[in-house]
Design a protein around this ligand. Sequence first.
Ligand SMILES: [Zn+2]
Length: 415
Amino acid sequence: MEFPPIGWTNKSVCLDHIEDEYLRARLAPDVAEHVCSFCPRTSTNGAAAIAVNLEHLAAVVAEVAVRFYEDAVNAPFMDGEISVQDFDTLEVVYNMLDDSLPASLLDSIVKSVAELIHEPQIWIRLDNVSYVEFGWSSFADTVKHTSRLVLAPRSGHAQEPTPPEDLYTFLTALSGIVNETTGLVQVLEAGARIYRARIERDAGALEREVQEDPAKKLGPAPQGSAAAGRMNAQGISLFYAAMEEETACAEVVAHSAYNEAVVGEFTVQQPLRIFDLTRVPVRPSIFDESAGPIYPFIAFFDLFRDAITQPVILDGKHPVDYAPTQVVTEFLRWGTQAKLDGIAWESRVVPDGKNIVLFYGPDTPMRSTKEPDKEESELWRLTFGAAAEPIFIIDPSSIRRYEAERTVSVRKSRW
Ligand SMILES: [Zn+2]
């Protein structure tokens, strides 16, 4: 679709009112006005201009809007009516500028901008955008309160899609950006070191136990004792680790009532494909051209990242709150075209620390560098087959204990 033509106006707006940095950068070269139509500010003729004519703002809004919407003349008709949700220009402009303007000026600027865009009069969402509009909050609501099932849509069915079908459509669209070309998948090469920590009341006893059988005792929890986490449902064991020793310890301490953690170093034996949330831009702007068509997905993963970094609630009474992030994690584990091995995200506990969850449970071939005795070798052969190569190797000399120092600060709650 071509960019909609823009009408004429003598209204202008201060560049300072534009809060979105990408939009501001787009408009900066066109600042040529000395008055603002939305606040009393003026600059005298000799001084630098402060405002931009609204035609420029409308042109950028229209250009970005056609990445998300199209003219309703293209809409599918059913019984003489448009069979999808439609929007007038005011709603479209509002959706475009919602996050970019101060609340006090939003309505008046949106109205003035919408008046400059005469066509199309009625808009519909572009096909590939409509299900993405599902967004994090609808997704989370559906998963928490309606269904956790993900089902491919039934073909030839005229009925409205069911919630499990909506989830499928949404998640498969999402998986389209989880690949190397978007820069969101990074390869953890063979030889990379990762750290996994455990915590118990008696850290000394735990350390002795881990020294005995490092791969087993420091590897993923046995199926039966895997507690629910932000990324795994109860009973599904995953390999939670960190890229740094301190991060691994600090994270387990932060999620526990005890203070001393035992940590060990695992060396990765084969390249692992990791969905790296640290590469997802924070609060992406729709005016950031580099995000372009993948903007809605990026926005979703930004909120997904927020959700997984929320502290685990230690009273164990809120398992339903974990359901949305658990479903996304399971989809990333089983539902992407090219297999993913894990997800990385930044630590909230250690600045610059990086967490990693690997989709490997307690049945993963992993062993210690310690020479296995006869019994161990036999067990390995029976479990994994004689030719099996370990995916992770732990060095027993890397096992150590870390003690946490906790600080608590309080301030009066706001009310
Ligand atoms: Zn102003």
